[in-house]
Structures are given as structure tokens and as C-alpha cells.
Design a protein around this ligand. Structure first.
Ligand code: 6PG
Length: 253
């Protein structure tokens, strides 16, 4: 597997998307138990898209996960499409249907990005306020998630840090607006200082359509404009990659 010598991503290749989902469940439970033991709470940020659904459904079906003290677990989003919460494109709705409505988590512990705000900038500021309140942060501090679950788009984006977008370089805000020109949805995303501050991150990469991009991302020098997922390079020691065999096809030869 050809990767630049300086960077050693911690990649685990799974047989298929099913095994990738199972590993993600194990990691979620392990990270939750560790944080609950040491701090009494577990703060996790999740992503949307198609890949996490399998893991969310398995998590909801797992007796071990069901037994977690959900009253001490706080769920946030790494990013959201600027659509109503009941939209089929909503990352919140995805997680609510596949997981959150099936586990005993108090509604107050679910901190979704408030896309009902008329103005997307107001929504991003409102999400930032939620982050500061729940993490009890003053102005200069960044929330430290126990786990952030990310994906990778076929264009090399993660969360909603999209190629050629300012958001990738925003270090003043915890949450940033991303205007999408090609008619898809505008987005709100956590910024890279928040990703960097997390104790643990996992990147879920599934599907043959990601294979060439993954190879490029791993083989090239960091270029956050082209491949925003490179914002993780300074913290690769905290990032675990679960890659299914189809997505790994170009790096396993
Ligand atoms: C989103 C996600 C995004 C996702 C990637 C991968 O809102 O779309 O949060 O960052 O993780 O686009 O998406 P897939 O899992 O659908 O390939």
C-alpha cells in the first residue's frame, strides 16, 4: 500500500459493509464505556450519508448498546444538510430512524443542528451556542468529543468540509456554513479545530466508488483544498479508518 512515508493512517480493512458496521458498533461501545468510566459522560458526533446507517441499525439492535446508560450520552452531528429535520436528506432523520428512536436516550441529550432556522448563518451560530452550553465552554475553548464518526465522499470530503470551500480553513468558529453551488444542499459542518480536539475519530469508507480517491488521498501530500479529509493528517494518531474491501481495492492491489 503506497502512502507518503510521513503519514501512517491506521486502516483496518473489513470484508464488507456488514463487518464495517459491526466494527463501528464495537468501537462506539468501547469508546462510550471508556468515557463513562473516566468522566461519567460520553459525547459523540456522528455523520450522515449512506455508510453509517448500517452501524446505527446494528447499534440499536445490540443488547450491549441498549444497556449503555444513555442518560449520560450526548449525541451531536459532525455536519448537516440544510433541510428540514423530517427531510429524507436530513442526517438527523437518518440517525433518528436508524438509532435514536430505538434507544433510551433522553430527548435533551440529542443535539441536532437546528435547520429550522430561516437563516443558515443563524443556525450555525445557534449550533455553536449549543456546543458551548453542553460542553460548558468559554469563548476560547473547543469542545473535546470522545468520539467523532466521519465518512469520506468520493471527492475526498469529510463532514461537510467540501473541496475548495472556505470551511476547511475556518478556525474561528466551531460550526461553519458551506454554500454548495451545484444545486445540492447547503451545509453546516463542524470545523477542523473541533475534529482535531476529539479524543478519537473513526472514518468509515465503503464502496468501490471510493477506491481511487482513497488511494489518491493516502498517496498524496496533504492538500486540504483538493481533499479536505487531509485536515485529519495532523491528528492521524487519533484516527481509525474502517475501509471495506471494495473501497480498499486500489490500495490492496
Ligand atoms: C453527509 C455526510 C458526509 C458523508 C460522506 C460520505 O452529510 O453527506 O456527513 O460527510 O460522510 O459524504 O457519504 P456516504 O457514506 O453516503 O458515502
Amino acid at each position: 500500500m503506497e502512502v507518503t512515508a510521513r503519514y501512517k493512517p491506521n486502516i483496518e480493512i473489513t470484508v464488507d459493509a456488514e463487518e464495517l458496521a459491526s466494527r463501528t458498533v464495537d468501537l462506539f461501545v468501547a469508546a462510550a464505556r471508556e468515557a463513562l468510566e473516566t468522566k461519567g459522560t460520553f459525547h459523540v458526533a456522528i455523520s450522515g450519508g449512506s455508510t453509517p446507517r448500517g452501524a446505527f441499525e446494528k447499534l440499536a439492535a445490540s443488547p450491549v448498546a441498549q444497556a449503555l446508560p444513555w442518560q449520560h450520552i450526548h449525541v451531536f452531528w459532525a455536519d448537516e444538510r440544510y433541510v428540514p429535520a423530517d427531510s429524507p436528506h436530513s442526517n438527523y432523520r437518518l440517525a433518528a430512524e436508524a438509532l435514536l428512536r430505538k434507544v433510551p436516550i433522553p430527548p435533551d441529550n440529542i443535539h441536532r443542528i437546528p435547520t429550522e432556522q430561516e437563516d443558515i448563518c443563524v443556525a450555525a451560530r445557534a449550533y455553536e451556542t449549543i456546543l458551548r452550553e453542553v460542553f460548558e465552554l468559554d469563548e476560547n475553548r473547543v469542545p473535546e468529543f470522545d468520539l467523532i464518526v466521519l465518512g469520506m465522499g468520493a471527492d475526498g470530503h469529510t463532514a461537510s468540509l467540501l473541496p475548495n470551500s472556505f470551511a476547511t480553513f475556518d478556525t474561528d468558529d466551531l460550526a461553519c456554513v458551506v454554500y454548495v453551488m451545484d444545486g445540492r444542499f447547503n451545509r453546516i459542518t463542524l470545523t477542523h479545530p473541533v475534529l482535531h480536539a476529539a479524543s478519537r475519530l473513526v472514518v468509515l469508507v465503503s464502496g468501490a466508488e471510493k477506491a481511487d480517491t482513497l488511494k489518491e488521498v493516502l498517496a498524496s501530500e496533504p492538500d486540504e483544498v483538493r481533499y479536505p479529509i487531509h485536515v485529519l493528517w495532523p491528528v492521524l494518531n487519533k484516527v481509525l479508518w474502517y475501509v471495506d474491501r471494495d473501497a480498499a481495492a486500489a490500495i490492496t492491489g
